[in-house]
Design a protein around this ligand. Structure first.
Ligand code: SF4
Length: 413
């Protein structure tokens, strides 16, 4: 590969990102109990804190309303947003409706976990305009759910989905995790087949990553360094998790490939590395991220991408509330994305989509992608289809390494 000839930071033009944002992300940092693998910002639910937090969220949304255009997507994620009381949901949506303009048919998603949704809450959400639910099922195998430290069983997940379907919601997504310690290809196949029976409009399937500092990470590391010790016998796991290891890399690849083959054969479009949707049900909010679109984030730890700068709110929930009570946006950091970084983002975000990178858009930025990618195309990791450069099936499974090589070729490492 050769570097981009004659181009440097000043030679590559990104449009001045001064348009108004059409997407809002709202973070709800509460859960019933922390899952063993989780490194997201979440704390145990507390009703008083959740009320104060909702007040603060509304204040932040009002402070940011002028940088929003007509909202096409609202995504309430967490944490476990469905843990919020109906009263808090009403307050939040009242604030959104009074202060923001919405496009004709906005996508409004709420993340929900089994064990925290019932008919009444779903009806309230629907009455407020929520039209998409994303359900954190993760697995339909109870042993795997215990390994992950999820609060629900497979039956409880099924019940939650039945309630959602009975309420008339067909636009729901099921989140899955593969590569769980102790998971076999057979149990993954059973989970996928159960998911298919439930006919979700959308499926997200992510490989489990062992995040440093999580209880699961500590357990696995302790097992690796001292396999005879019973690390999982402590903490009420009753030895259930003893002597399990991370699945082998080949097994994880087999699981990923199985999901792609099985779900696409059943009519799901594989539209992003880890996401599948029936026709017309792609997640518009996430597609905006992968297209490097701007968005407003609200809530503790929430990220925003506004006018070419990426910023993040404080992770400290109490400081978040305190600052907003004083009328201050509790930003912890803000970075203006320079051109080299913007090109990297443009490439790795767009390559996440199976459609790939628009060659016309790349060319407008001064990037000669076919020239730069020749080696990776010849090796079969990238391919060109029409106006798009995309990861081939062979490249998809090692997307990170392909992207690193692409950056090297562009002189962006
Ligand atoms: S439900 Fe999600 S956010 Fe909450 S602890 Fe579990 S993984 Fe973390």
């Amino acid at each position: 590969m050769r570097p981009v000839s004659g181009k440097n930071d000043s030679g590559v033009k990104f449009k001045a990102l001064s348009e108004l944002s059409n997407g809002v992300y709202i973070h709800i940092p509460f859960c019933i109990k922390k899952c063993l693998y989780c490194d997201f910002l979440s704390v145990p639910y507390n009703d008083l804190l959740a009320r104060a937090y909702t007040d603060a969220l509304c204040k932040e949304l009002i402070l940011k309303k002028d940088i929003a255009g007509q909202l096409k997507t609202v995504y309430i994620g967490g944490g476990t947003p469905s843990i919020l009381s109906e009263e808090c949901f009403r307050q939040l949506f009242k604030c959104l409706k009074e202060n923001f303009k919405f496009s004709d048919s906005p996508e409004i998603t709420v993340e929900a976990n089994p064990g925290t949704v019932d008919k009444s809450k779903i009806d309230t959400m629907l009455s407020l305009g929520v039209n998409r639910l994303s359900i954190g099922v993760q697995s339909f195998n109870d042993n795997e759910l215990k390994t992950l430290g999820r609060i629900h069983t497979s039956d409880e997940a099924l019940k939650a989905i039945e309630t959602i379907k009975d309420s008339g919601i067909n636009n729901f997504s099921i989140d899955l995790i593969y590569g769980i310690q102790g998971q076999t290809l057979d149990s993954w196949k059973k989970t996928i087949s159960k998911v298919f029976e439930l006919s979700p409009a959308h499926i997200s399937s992510y490989e489990l990553t062992l995040e440093e500092g999580t209880p699961l990470y500590k357990m696995i590391k302790s097992e690796e360094t001292n396999p005879s010790s019973p690390p999982f016998a402590k903490g009420g796991m009753g030895g259930f998790l003893a002597n399990i290891k991370m699945p082998a890399e080949e097994l994880i690849l087999d699981m990923y490939n199985y999901a792609i083959e099985h779900l696409t054969s059943k009519g799901y479009e594989h539209y992003e590395i880890s996401n599948f949707a029936l026709h017309g049900f792609r997640c518009l909010h996430n597609l905006n991220y992968w297209s490097r679109g701007e968005y407003i984030g609200a809530g503790a730890g929430a990220h925003s991408f506004i006018r070419g700068s990426r910023s993040k709110n404080t992770d400290d929930i109490r400081r978040y509330i305190k600052d907003l009570n004083k009328g201050i946006i509790p930003e912890a950091e803000s970075v203006e994305i320079k051109c080299g970084e913007a090109i990297k983002e443009f490439i790795f975000l767009n390559l996440r989509k199976t459609e790939g990178i628009s060659l016309a858009k790349a060319e407008a930025l001064g990037l000669d992608m076919p020239g730069v990618c020749m080696g990776l195309i010849e090796e079969g990791y990238l391919e060109i289809k029409g106006d798009y450069l995309r990861l081939s099936r062979k490249g998809l499974v090692i997307s990170n390494s392909v992207i690193v090589r692409l950056f090297e070729g562009l002189g962006l490492d």
